[in-house]
Design a protein. Structure first.
Length: 149
């Protein structure tokens, strides 16, 4: 039996405690960068004792997700609003949003990340040498997750 591993139809729901308390859904994913990128999560570390004994331990690590959406799309505009609301600087106050992000895959599985923070984003549109607008990555870190997909 073959496995269908298509990502077509994936949706992401983001709830930001202050800026978007009712949330918004992302469906307009980029074609020139990975739409949903999740780097490997380190769950432990290791060392060697003086006499060559392996020593290991578990460690808590933030769970990182980066989203890449179509430039100037509604999804890009909502993520830019969220980034701007959480940007600090002279004369600015941050929304201090606590983020929940839920990924619904086309096979019906889902993963929900909670107690998160928007970590980075690009604050203005850039143009690639090809003449098109560059995709702006939006990165988040979370404390916990539920579901496996």
């Amino acid at each position: 039996m073959s496995q269908d591993i298509s990502g077509f139809g994936t949706q992401i729901r983001i709830i930001a405690s202050n800026t978007f308390p009712n949330g918004f859904t992302i469906t307009q994913f980029a074609d020139d960068a990975d739409p949903v990128d999740n780097p490997a999560t380190v769950v432990g570390d290791k060392a060697m004792g003086l006499n060559g004994d392996l020593i290991t331990w578990s460690k808590a690590t933030p769970l990182d997700i980066t989203l890449n959406v179509i430039p100037a799309s509604d999804d890009d505009q909502n993520l830019a609003i969220l980034l701007d609301a959480n940007l600090v600087g002279a004369g600015r106050t941050s929304a201090q949003d606590v983020i929940t992000l839920a990924i619904l895959y086309p096979d019906g599985t889902n993963t929900t990340y909670s107690t998160g923070k928007m970590i980075s984003g690009v604050t203005t549109s850039s143009i690639a040498s090809s003449g098109r607008k560059k995709t702006k990555p939006y990165a988040f870190s979370f404390e916990s997750k539920s579901g496996i997909a």
